[in-house]
Design a protein around this ligand. Sequence first.
Ligand code: GRG
Length: 305
Amino acid sequence: EVEQGAGGLQFDFKTYITKKMKAVNEALEMAVPVRYPEKIHEAMRYSLLSPGKRVCPIMCISACELVGGKEEICIPTACALEMVHAMSLIHDDLPCMDNADLRRGLPTNHKVFGEDIAVLAGDALLTLAFEHMMKTPSSIVPAERIVTCIGHVAKTIGSEGCVAGQVVDLESGGDPNVSLETLEYIHIHKSAVLAESAAACGAILGGGTEDEIERLSNFALCLGLLHQVKDDILDVTKSTEQLGKVAQKDVMLDKATFPKLLGLELSQEFVLYLAEKAKGYLSPFDQNRAAPLFSFVNYLVCRQS
Ligand code: GRG
């Protein structure tokens, strides 16, 4: 896929994404070797290496490169963000939370390894994430930037970030009539903040200015929310395709989603609105160098699975 980017520039997004995915997956593979006790490391690897879109790691790398940093300086943080993401999915799927059987098309972690090991695999991935950020080459990146990023990620996932999103989600569970404001709060905190943190860390490590860091953070927050609204839309349209209209009705009544609160058409418009808003934050950057991020927006808007 060659994209006609801003200013008529051509950009091969597919090649770009394939290259970045490969770099991230290789680094993740090396980050958790199998060692004694094997079971916990197998459980960590099972979720960490299973096929995901790697949205946060790629966001981190793209932001770093946009402000002039090299990929290698943000790879440890990019991997750390995927570790946090993987742990949040493991815990989210537990019987005491969503009680899910499948994740990324595979049996969930607790189904394979048992609840006890799944809880511990999540804990171990969360702590490894911070340990791993310390692997940022401090001969190239000033230690102060690394410490700032560690604090940033910690704040992002704590009781005012991802945990807050999960708590509000649990509290409003079963109430399909939650307000749009609450639904937006849940999506922003459960997941968009991690993308925001990914972009902020990439920009900080890469030596971006205050303005660049802020713009890229806002860009990623918008994109993270867009990703969630799109997910809600795909939930409805995919089940319609597979099971017919009855299923669409069920999905829409079962839980609070953007299509349920806004309708399908307005939700799709909201996605386009967020795409434009996100792109707006990129306007002062060199449009050629920002091409990966412009394409990233289009990829998330257009994705069908
Ligand atoms: C301490 C981080 C932390 C969390 C504890 C369990 C919990 C509190 C929060 C749950 C957060 C959660 C499960 C968010 C879901 C976000 C989401 C939409 C995941 C799917 O993201 P994609 O589409 O998935 O990027 P892939 O599989 O492609 O990685």
